[in-house]
Structures are given as C-alpha cells and as structure tokens.
Ligand binder design. Structure first.
Ligand SMILES: Cc1cc2nc3c(=O)[nH]c(=O)nc-3n(C[C@H](O)[C@H](O)[C@H](O)COP(=O)(O)OP(=O)(O)OC[C@H]3O[C@@H](n4cnc5c(N)ncnc54)[C@H](O)[C@@H]3O)c2cc1C
Length: 397
C-alpha cells in the first residue's frame, strides 16, 4: 500500500511505523474530539500521529464543495455550530470566524408548514386561531389532562407533555420513522422533554453562540492540524495498523468501543442514516435549509437544502443541492450515527467500559468511543477537559 506524505510517495506501513515510533501520542479518529486533542498536544510540543479510516477530516462534521454548483454540502447532514460554553467558543474562534446564521426548522403536516420546535406560531397555526401565551398554556393543560395517569412508554409520555393532537401531528410519525418501531414500544425516557415554547421564538437552538464557519468546515479543520508536529494519515484503519503499536505510545481512541475489543461482548446498537443527494436544475427547492416530514406516509424524515445555510454566499447557475434523509437500524457495515441505548446495550456497554479501564495506555473518547450522542461543542468540550486532566499526563516524553 502506498500513499502521499509530505509530498513524497512512500510505503504507508514503513513510514507509519517510523512515525509511530517517534510519536508522543497516537490518535484514532480525525473527528472534532480527535482534532482537538491533536491540536492541544502539538501546542505543547508533542509529536502526534492522527489516523482516520475515512479520507476526510472532521468526522461527521465533514463538508465538501459540490463542483457543479459551488454549494457547500454537509455530507452527513446539516451541521450548525452552537454552544453556550465560553471556553469552547473562544477555542473554535481561534481557527475560524462564524457567520450569524440562526437555524430555523419547519415541519410539513397535512400539506401545511409549521415551525418547530413547537412554539406559539406552531400552536396558533395548528389550532387555527391566534393564541396568546396564557391561552396556549390553558389549551395544552386541557389536552394533557386526557393523558394516561402512568406514562410507561414514549407515546404516553409525549401525550402527557403536549397532548394527543400535537403528538400525532409532529411526533408520532417522526419517531416511528426514526426508530423503525411503534412509539408505544419505546421506553418513556427516550423523550424526557419536548421543547414547547410559549413565545414566538422559533430558533432551533437556544445557545448563546451559533453560526456556520465562514469559509466552510474544511478550512476550519485544516487550520486545526496546520502544525508540523501533527502527522495526519487519512484512509488508514486502526485495525489494519494496530500491530504497529507496541503498547508504549499512548493512544486516544475515538472509534467504536465495541470494535476496539473485536465485539467480544457483542455489538452495540446504532441507528444509521442514508442520504440521497441530488443536484437540481432549479434555483430554490424549499426556501429554507431543513424541512422535517413527520408523517408516516412519506419515507424520508427530512430534506436538507444546503444553499440556505449560507445566504451570504452567491450561487451562480440557477441550481441547488438537496439531500433526502432516511433513518434505519445500522448493520455491521453501516456508519453508526445515533446510539440506540436499549437495555441490552447498557449491559454490553458496561462490559466494554470495564475492559476499557484495563487498557491503561488508551483513552476512549468522542461519540463512538463513549457510545453517546455528542454535538460538536460537546465533543470539543470533553476533549479539552480530557486533555487537561488526563492526556497531558500520558504524553510520552
Ligand atoms: C445527522 C447528524 C446531524 C448532526 N448535526 C449536528 C449539528 O447540527 N450541530 C452539532 O453541534 N453537532 C451535530 N452532530 C454531531 C456531530 O456530527 C458529532 O457527533 C460530533 O462532532 C462528535 O465528534 P467525534 O470526534 O466524537 O466523532 P466523529 O465525528 O464521529 O469522528 C470519529 C472519527 O473516527 C473515525 N474512526 C472510526 N473508527 C475508526 C478506525 N477503526 N480507524 C480509524 N478511524 C476511525 C471515523 O471515521 C470518524 O472520522 C450531528 C450528528 C449527526 C449524526
């Protein structure tokens, strides 16, 4: 196997074993958790090798410029940066500036369009009359009073929060499509809370700082690894090269925790997403970035139209790029997106956590390494903390 490194074409295995031999730290995964650790380690003078089986930086936050339109497409679905964590905000602003984009999402139900999360505008349109905050509270209280006393599944829990009509319009079908099962068969704690706003605030995120990287995700991630001490090896699967590690170099592993242990305690459950991405010969398909389709008679869950994420950019040529999103259970060869966290998964996970504690020279981090959903700012925050409290003490001198 050969590959380009620093302008030279070399045998990847030979050069990689040399690189690992002289590294202070090896990081598996070039997602935001891995990139943050790499950047921090290099900043204190450590030599770092970063491996990723994909050929791109940024994990699921990767985007690319669609060549025929110049539109930035988010390969793994719309990613909007948002945080209320001052440290994270200051950190990311060292690598990119952000636009002032505010994410607003719409949902189509019975051929009408409603803003989500559910707010005063949603309720007024849905119930066909202008509601003030007090009237909306009273109306929901009446709807909720019909809910079963004991909520022991997702459906009953949702009805106890928003009442049956809103549940059936916006939640039941979406949940059934996402989880591929009847919401009455899902545990109540899958939706601990549904945001309902008694104002006309229709912002999707309520964090202090929000936006999109001004020049795109690619330049942001490139800037994070622009350091001679960081050696990035894309298209390199950890499992193909782990024999090169002799156990003395510390490893930060952000791949799936069950795969690290060759699934010896069983496979953890994930949901995956399929995207069908299409370039269309029209200027504007849906007039906004994301539209949800909660009804079950439509197979997809959302449509993304990426040009609307950057209204400040000019798109020439009267074309647009849209992606239809379909959710399903992940098979062994699928990209894992959301942890299922069923009862059986908790049992399996505790065995892997125990095994991970015994891997003293490996830190398991990120969404796949800890089996939990993390937004970008959460991945960065946990990487910064892990670096300060743990990785910095492990780095090989
Ligand atoms: C559909 C969707 C939409 C999202 N939207 C948002 C959003 O709007 N805003 C937001 O803040 N967050 C969003 N997120 C969350 C975000 O994508 C990530 O969860 C977050 O950035 C976590 O980063 P990470 O580094 O932990 O994991 P990842 O980004 O998954 O990176 C892990 C990396 O490890 C690599 N890897 C795995 N196994 C191996 C191996 N064996 N060898 C080598 N490399 C390996 C993978 O290829 C991957 O690149 C969204 C997620 C999804 C699924």
């Amino acid at each position: 196997m050969t590959g380009a490194a620093g302008g030279r074409t070399v045998s990847v295995h030979d050069s990689l074993s040399d690189a690992i031999r002289s590294a202070h730290l090896v990081i598996v995964g070039a997602g935001l958790f891995g990139l943050t650790i790499a950047e921090r380690a290099a900043a204190i003078g450590a030599r770092v090798v970063v491996l990723d089986r994909r050929t791109t930086l940024g994990g699921n936050a990767h985007s690319y410029i669609e060549p025929s339109t110049g539109i930035e497409v988010h390969r793994y679905g719309t990613h909007v940066f948002h945080t209320s964590n001052r440290r994270v905000w200051d950190y990311v602003n060292r690598f990119t500036r952000f636009t002032d984009y505010r994410h607003r999402v719409l949902a189509v139900h019975a051929d009408q369009v409603y803003p989500v999360p559910i707010n005063l505008a949603t309720m007024s349109a849905f119930y066909g009359r202008r509601l003030d905050p007090e009237q909306a509270r009273e109306l929901l209280a009446r709807e909720r009073s019909a809910a079963p006393q004991q909520a022991d599944n997702l459906e009953d829990q949702a009805i106890a929060m928003v009442g049956r009509p809103l549940y059936e319009a916006f939640i039941r079908g979406y949940t059934a499509k996402q989880w591929q099962c009847d919401p009455r068969r899902l545990p109540a704690d899958v939706i601990r809370r549904i945001p309902v706003r008694f104002t006309f605030d229709s912002d999707y995120f309520s964090d202090t700082w929000q936006g999109l990287p001004e020049r795109g995700y690619g330049p942001w991630f490139d800037t994070m690894v622009r350091n001679r001490s960081i050696d990035v090896r894309l298209g390199t699967d950890f499992h193909d090269v782990r024999h090169l590690l002799d156990g003395t170099v510390p490893v930060v592993y952000t791949g799936p925790i069950d795969a690290y242990f060759d699934h010896r305690h069983g496979a953890l459950g994930w949901r995956t997403i399929d995207f069908t991405t299409t370039v269309m010969d029209i200027e504007d398909f849906q007039g906004t970035a994301v539209v949800n389709y909660p009804n079950e008679d439509v197979a997809f869950t959302r449509i993304h139209e990426f040009r609307h994420l950057h209204p400040e950019r000019t798109v020439a040529g009267g074309r647009t790029v849209v992606a239809h999103e379909y959710s399903r259970s992940a098979g062994p060869r699928d990209e894992p997106y959301y942890p299922v966290r069923a009862l059986e998964d908790s049992r399996i996970l505790s065995r892997y956590r125990e095994a991970a504690r015994r891997e003293t020279n490996v830190l398991f981090g990120g969404r796949l390494g800890t089996y939990q959903y993390l937004d970008m700012h959460m991945a960065i925050a946990s990487a910064l903390t892990a670096f300060d409290n743990d990785v910095t003490h492990r780095i090989r001198s």
